[in-house]
Design a binder for this molecule. Structure first.
Ligand SMILES: O=P(O)(O)OC[C@H]1O[C@H](OP(=O)(O)OP(=O)(O)O)[C@H](O)[C@@H]1O
Ligand SMILES: Nc1nc2[nH]cnc2c(=O)[nH]1
Length: 188
């Protein structure tokens, strides 16, 4: 068994003990606001929206249904936590987008900006590929002083306390990405 895996019984206990930080209704309202801001900035730019898998999948889906203008969609898969609750400083690329980025206005969509290693590297790569601009949208913008230099977030839906969170795409040891809300793990 993978060292980070837990049983489904443990996953049930984690959920039972977790604190609900933001309900599904809160998240929906904040995504509505984020969509308005993205539309104002990128609505006339036919952006290429890149979902950062795996965590970005749910927020990207919900966000896309709120963007009522022409855009293209693709995905990439970069990971640094790999099922653990702390990450290495280098990211592992599992998939790069098929779409050419040259001259495109790219919108990266991910679940969470924490220390920033993941999105800093992904944004750097997009610029290296020739993107005309790179904007970043995240569901959760975690507040602490461990952020790496050179990363920013243009469209944060929610500012989060410095706890380990799961739900709406974010995992606890690969479980509960499907939780419909944002929860904090007891004691973390
Ligand atoms: O700002 P950082 O400290 O770099 O952390 C944020 C990243 O961590 C998570 O990815 P993870 O590596 O867990 O992969 P996953 O999306 O497959 O869960 C999350 O989806 C972000 O991409
Ligand atoms: N699930 C989850 N993934 C993260 N990646 C970086 N920070 C977090 C977090 O708090 N929760």
């Amino acid at each position: 068994m993978d060292e980070h895996m837990i049983t489904s019984e443990e996953a049930m206990r984690v959920m039972a003990e977790a604190d609900l930080l933001h309900s599904a209704e809160d998240v929906a309202a904040m995504l509505d606001r984020m969509a308005v801001e993205i539309t104002a900035t990128l609505g006339d730019k036919t952006p290429l929206v890149l979902c950062v898998m795996t965590g970005g999948v749910i927020v990207t889906g919900h966000l896309l249904t709120r963007l009522n203008f022409p855009l293209e969609q693709d995905y990439l898969h970069a990971t640094r936590y790999r099922g653990a609750t702390s990450g290495s400083k280098t990211i592992t690329w599992l998939h790069k987008p098929e779409a050419a980025l040259v001259g495109r206005h790219v919108l990266l969509v991910d679940d969470i900006l924490d220390e920033g290693y993941t999105l800093r590297e992904v944004a750097r790569w997009c610029r290296e590929q020739g993107a005309a601009s790179v904007h970043i949208a995240v569901l959760a913008d975690k507040q602490h002083d461990r952020r790496v230099e050179g990363i920013w977030c243009d469209f944060p839906a929610i500012e989060l306390v410095d706890r380990y969170v799961f739900g709406f795409g974010m995992d606890y040891k690969e479980y509960w990405r499907n939780a419909n809300g944002i929860y904090a793990v007891k004691g973390l």
